[in-house]
Ligand binder design. Structure first.
Ligand code: A2P
Length: 374
């Protein structure tokens, strides 16, 4: 290949360059020019909003790589298959802490955006509003995945079906896709006093009742929530008719629980990640993790999408909560993170002492730590 004349004639080293440069240095007008420009920018910025922008941490932290066309990124599994054969969507709208008056709109936005999985619970006290939106929606019931949870006050055998019926009625459906024991703790009917230590330690009686409700057709799948390995083993040491379909636990950058994840995979138990962004208490901190920001920048996606994608790529269901329409839409889009970045994030998450957002043991005045021994 031959270059044009101009290219060929360009010298690699200009022997006059040094001389030219020294001549320029000697010209005081040229020396003052850059100073003048800087002075003008400073004066302009002092009186303009750009000063605030340049001074803000966000400006310096911002990703300067252009937004990528995400259609070029590989997608992650949209569903997992449970032991029953049912397919559960990998990303759900979590409605814990979505208050009355805003949860309905969140669910409406989510259904329009394509969510088909809503993760709720009786104790969230918003099932009625969720149900109103579901009833008004044109999405057929069989396309939806609805999860609810048995609250701690309803473990007495005679209360379990009544509690489920309440959730069914509020949600406006005659079956749940998934019903979980919310905590491995049984309270008395009123208040937060534990019913008796045996029942708290042994959820088998409750499990048997849930199995009956599966056979009655009121629940399709049953599972557990906030169970550590020891508690799962206590339960599964019994002769169960149905194995737990999932264990819903706190999983996020600050509490990644790699041992529980590994054990669950080895034992065929799917995990569901609640508070994946660190809940409202830690979401800001989660989205500012340097590794998360770097990956977001590299892939041209948002930090929240990096964390939610990481959760699915770890092989868990993920339940991000939001009542903000743009975030609800954003959170459903998960993408495969390149293996080296995935591993970097996994390592970063495991490289600090685990820190939970949710541990009600003290608040409930339990005589033990509910996660003890995990
Ligand atoms: P909001 O509901 O006001 O939109 P988690 O899922 O870990 O429980 O986190 C929920 C918190 O994270 C809420 O405060 C929610 O705010 C916020 N959040 C959810 N999605 C996003 C997002 N994509 N970007 C920033 N914040 C988000």
């Amino acid at each position: 290949m031959s270059f044009s004349q101009e290219y060929q004639q360009l010298p690699t080293v200009d022997k006059d360059a040094g001389e030219q440069e020294s001549l320029q240095r000697k010209d005081p007008r040229k020396r003052r020019f850059p100073l003048l420009v800087i002075a003008i920018v400073i004066i302009m910025c002092a009186s303009l909003p750009c000063a605030r922008m340049i001074m803000s941490r966000r400006f310096w932290a911002a990703c300067h790589v252009p937004q990528r066309n995400t259609s070029t990124l590989a997608k992650l599994p949209s569903h997992y298959t449970l032991p029953s054969g049912d397919k559960i969507p990998s990303v759900a709208l979590g409605v814990w802490q979505a208050s009355k008056g805003e949860v309905g709109n969140a669910v409406k936005t989510a259904l329009t955006a394509g969510y088909r999985h809503i993760d709720g619970a009786w104790i969230y006290r918003n099932e009625e509003e969720v149900g109103q939106v579901l009833k008004a929606s044109s999405v057929p019931r069989e396309e939806l995945w609805l999860t609810s949870k048995l609250w701690n006050n309803f473990h007495a055998p005679e209360d379990i079906e009544t509690a489920l019926d309440q959730s069914l009625s509020m949600l406006g459906t005659n079956y749940l896709d998934l019903y979980l024991i919310h905590w491995p703790v049984a309270f008395k009917k009123e208040g937060n006093n534990i019913m008796d230590e045996d029942l708290t330690a042994d959820p088998y009686p409750t499990w048997q009742k849930l199995e009956e409700l599966v056979d009655k057709g009121k629940i399709r799948n049953i599972g557990i929530s906030n169970f550590n390995i020891r508690r799962i083993q206590n339960l599964t040491a019994n002769k169960l008719k149905y194995q737990p379909a999932v264990n819903q636990v706190e999983l996020n950058f600050w509490n990644p629980q790699p041992e529980l994840l590994k054990w669950s995979k080895e034992n065929g138990l799917l995990l569901e990640a609640y508070s994946p962004l660190g809940s409202n208490k830690q979401v800001g901190k989660s989205l500012s993790v340097p590794e998360v920001k770097d990956i977001a920048c590299k892939l041209g996606i948002t930090p929240a999408q990096v964390i939610i994608s990481w959760s699915v790529q770890r092989g868990t269901i993920v339940l991000p909560k939001s009542v903000t329409p743009s975030r609800i839409v954003e959170n459903l889009e998960v993408f495969e993170i390149p293996q080296e970045d995935f591993e970097m994030l996994e390592k970063a998450a495991a490289s600090h002492p685990p820190q939970r957002v949710v541990n009600p043991s003290t608040g409930w005045k339990l005589p033990f730590d509910v996660f003890d021994g995990q």
